[in-house]
Write a protein that binds this ligand. Structure first.
Ligand code: HEM
Ligand SMILES: *[C@@H]1O[C@H](CO)[C@@H](O)[C@H](O)[C@H]1NC(C)=O
Ligand SMILES: *[C@@H]1O[C@H](CO)[C@@H](O)[C@H](O)[C@H]1NC(C)=O
Length: 324
């Protein structure tokens, strides 16, 4: 009896969130419930398998959603291979030799196409859900993902070059980049907390080791120099925080200790009380606030300029548009 009541209660809560969460143009997390009830469970299963095989994959999938959303909205454009008619985003400066996880997205798409007996779930929605499932699989907070994004029929290398923030940016550049996407200072600090997961290549933090000694912890710099020599080893990896496969607040602790790996990371904490110093201290001290706010900012990022209704298409294969 108790189980019956609690399962009834649970479904009432789920139903309630289905309606309450409708916001902007996207639909509720229940978007696929009628047409393909197991769609989300199928995505989750493939994500979990991929992360069990390689924990870093969670970081890579989270970043794919970010790099998708920051280029003309969350429309799956990052997944398109180059074609004779356009150069895609995969080889844009921020993605080349860096963005990864495309094979996992292919596996997810194949699995949902099979489960749904057809082409029902968009590639853009897959990225949004896979990002959330990755965060959860690595110990982070869960949050409801709004759905109903449709897939772009084109991609833009130029837009990817211009819209995704570079790790060389200063605080003011980061702020204006995020503002151009409708995101706030708080979103910047919270979403940068994604760097609690994953790795960066030497080429992206070398100048920090040899040119920014004032803002980088001495011992940290020395140990990183072993991974990242002054020349060569461009693709050698270092973790973005001390626990790159656990979603926690060590990233913020590191910023306070002047151990931020990227120039852009350390720009969020300068130690003089200016800029984002207060927010970094706050999230470092209150992990549960970070957990909560991360979900809120991910919802905001995930609802940037979606294609909905009859715009775009549902791609059959995430790498290519359905027909030319
Ligand atoms: C605030 C501006 C940001 C800058 C300048 C930035 C830059 C970078 C760079 C340079 C890397 C390393 C790439 C490489 O060396 O191959 C990286 C990795 C990563 N970024 Fe960001 N990022 C930013 C914000 C974000 C946001 C908002 C998210 C997600 C919500 C995110 C998620 C990640 C993750 C998870 C990785 C590790 C990926 C992996 O290990 O495969 N980043 N970022
Ligand atoms: C994007 O950046 C890459 C690397 O810097 C460059 O080779 C490419 O030409 C740029 N693409 C466009 C369309 O500007
Ligand atoms: C350090 O900065 C100088 C001057 O801006 C630049 O020429 C040099 O390439 C930088 N060194 C590294 C390792 O990034």
């Amino acid at each position: 009896m108790a189980t019956l009541i609690s399962s009834r209660l649970a479904s009432v809560i789920v139903l309630a969130t289905c309606f309450i969460l409708a916001r902007g143009q996207l639909s509720t997390p229940c978007f696929y419930d009628k047409v393909c009830p197991k769609a989300l469970a199928t995505i989750k299963k493939v994500v979990e398998e991929a992360i069990a095989q390689e924990p870093r994959m969670g970081a890579s999938l989270l970043r794919l959603h970010f790099h998708d959303c920051f280029v003309n909205g969350c429309d799956g454009s990052i997944l398109l291979d180059d074609t004779p008619t356009f150069i895609g985003e995969k080889n844009a400066a921020p993605n080349m030799n860096s963005a990864r996880g495309f094979e996992v997205v292919d596996r997810i798409k194949a699995a949902v196409n099979e489960e749904c007996h057809g082409n029902i779930v968009s590639c853009a929605d897959i990225l949004a859900v896979a990002a959330r499932d990755s965060v959860v699989a690595l110990g982070g907070p869960s949050y409801q993902v709004q759905l109903g994004r449709r897939d772009a029929r084109t991609a833009s290398q130029l837009a990817a070059n211009q819209s995704i923030p570079a790790p060389t940016l200063d605080f003011s550049g980061l702020i204006s980049n995020f503002q151009s996407h409708g995101l706030s200072l708080q979103d910047l600090v919270v979403l940068s907390g994604a760097h609690t997961l994953g790795f960066a290549r030497c080429t992206n933090f070398r100048s920090r080791l040899y040119n920014e000694t004032r803002t980088l912890d001495f011992y940290q710099a020395n140990s990183l120099k072993a991974i990242c020599p002054i020349s060569g080893g461009d693709d050698n990896l270092a973790p973005l925080d001390g626990s790159p496969t656990r979603f926690d607040t060590v990233y913020y602790n590191w910023l306070i200790q002047k151990k931020g790996l990227l120039h852009s990371d350390q720009q969020l904490f300068k130690g003089d009380g200016s800029g984002a110093d207060g927010l970094v201290k706050f999230y470092s001290s209150y992990p549960s606030a970070f957990s909560n706010d991360f979900g809120v900012s991910m919802l905001k990022m995930g609802s940037m300029k979606p294609l909905t209704g009859s715009q775009g298409e549902i791609r059959m294969n995430c790498r290519m548009v359905n027909y030319y």
